[in-house]
Design a protein around this ligand. Structure first.
Ligand code: ASP
Length: 440
């Protein structure tokens, strides 16, 4: 298969490496956002700076779907035999499911250990429920009557173009994979031009991603400045909210850090057999982008670029494992859903037993699979988890006010998890080239 199109791999080139530029953009954006909130020019930021971030975000989103379709069709077609696809798919799914279940377990251990919310003042609880109750209704309507297994049924699209347009990433993944496999089952003179078309498309879209990444530092600056300016508009309310919910937020962040250290580190070292420093250096642009955009879907093109160019993973593996991961593998989201469910139950004074914990592991795994890779959807799917353990879904109103910063953090974990599994599967298939080719 062709490698990435010639030209600038974004991390190479003269001057500051791209991930440093993005980090700089992020830090300056954060400072700018804080200043805007402090000196009262938040609306200036929202009107004049935010559009730059929105533009960057939309550019990434618009390339994500064609990239997934093209690379996945080519990937599945070039993997050739069904046995190989089955083996790679099997490994990928086992790792995705196992890491997600571990993530929720870590979240549950942390939240049960520290028990945030057990002594929340009833008047504060009433105030929180009141101020965010309105916002709850719209989310509730989205979650509607979702049942856990609905997520599995929804994998199969009833209309492929509908799936592209909405977009329903998991349906797009499913159909592209099917198409790629089908191309290996028909006469090769018929299949070849179709595969060549998708190969050309995939190279062109990757060239677009490389172009878009040139404005990443500015995009990240604008995204972060806008988020902070918006959060800090009513800074007195924000500060008191943070105080009340600090324990809950601390548990989520601690859980995410523990998952990174206890689950990803051994996988990167012993399964992927890549030095940690190299792994994180290669992935830094994607992680920073995930943090600033809160969207693993929009980050996907960059994750693919980092894993292929930075880690040397063959595109036939990354094009299959990463889009699937952006759709179904959300360790950060699942962990957060576990912590949030217990926190809300604590606030309501409800005691959750072992069976409830197991229900949370099961439903949060399914709910995270069904969570779209865009900002703020994890909290919608939390409603499904709460319904299963009979905790009032109104409870999400308690945590809505601080969801965005947690969304930023959990999205970083979501993206890191996808890359970790991708590198592990690639190592098992002997599909890592370049400097990382020789296992540690
Ligand atoms: N924002 C997350 C993501 O895109 C999903 C979520 O937890 O809301 O990965």
């Amino acid at each position: 298969m062709d490698s990435a199109p010639e030209g600038s791999a974004p991390r190479k080139g003269k001057g500051l490496a791209l991930h440093w530029q993005i980090l700089l953009g992020l830090l300056l954006g954060a400072v700018f956002g804080v200043l805007a909130a402090h000196f009262g020019f938040s609306s200036f930021v929202l009107v004049w700076i935010k559009p730059v971030g929105d533009l960057f975000f939309r550019l990434l989103k618009v390339v994500a779907i064609p990239l997934v379709v093209a690379t996945l069709v080519v990937g599945a077609a070039s993997l050739g035999d069904l046995k190989k696809i089955g083996r790679i798919g099997g490994r990928t799914l086992v790792l995705y499911l196992a890491t997600t279940a571990l993530a929720i377990t870590i979240g549950l251990l942390v939240v049960n250990l520290f028990g945030p919310g057990r002594n929340l003042d009833p008047s504060l609880r009433a105030a929180l429920l009141k101020s965010y109750g309105g916002a709850l209704e719209s989310r509730r309507a989205v979650a509607g009557s979702l049942r856990p297994l609905d997520q599995l049924v929804r994998i199969v699209p009833d209309n492929f173009f509908g799936a592209l347009a909405r977009p329903e990433m998991i349906q797009v993944v499913f159909f592209s994979l099917l198409l790629g496999v089908a191309l290996t089952r028909i006469r090769s003179d018929r299949a070849r031009p179709v595969v060549a078309f998708f190969e050309g498309l995939s190279d062109a879209v990757i060239a677009m991603v490389q172009g878009i990444m040139k404005i990443a530092p500015y995009g990240v600056f604008a995204l972060i400045a806008a988020v902070i300016a918006d959060l800090g508009k009513d800074s007195s309310q924000a500060v008191s909210l943070l105080e009340v919910l600090a324990g809950y937020m601390g548990c989520v962040v601690l859980g995410l850090a523990l998952h990174m250290a206890l689950v990803y580190t051994p996988l990167i070292r012993f399964l992927a057999r890549i030095p940690l420093g190299r792994f994180y250096r290669a992935l830094a642009p994607a992680q920073l982008l995930a943090f600033s955009s809160s969207s693993s879907g929009a980050t996907l093109p960059v994750t693919m670029e980092c894993v292929e160019e930075g880690l040397g993973v063959d595109r036939e593996i990354s094009s299959f494992v990463l889009p699937l991961g952006a759709t179904v593998n959300m360790d950060g989201t699942a962990l957060y859903q576990g912590v949030a469910a217990v926190f809300i139950a604590n606030v309501y004074g409800m005691h959750l037993g072992l069976q409830d914990m197991l229900t949370i592991v099961l439903t949060a795994t399914l709910a995270s699979i069904g969570t779209a890779a865009v900002p703020g959807v994890g909290i919608v799917m939390l409603i499904v988890v709460l319904q299963q353990i009979h905790v009032p879904p109104e409870g999400i109103a308690l945590i809505l006010g601080v969801d965005r910063p947690l969304d930023m953090c959990r999205t970083v974990l979501n993206v890191t998890g996808d890359a970790t599994v991708c590198a592990s599967v690639a190592r098992a298939e002997g599909a890592i080239q370049g400097e990382a080719a020789n296992p540690m």
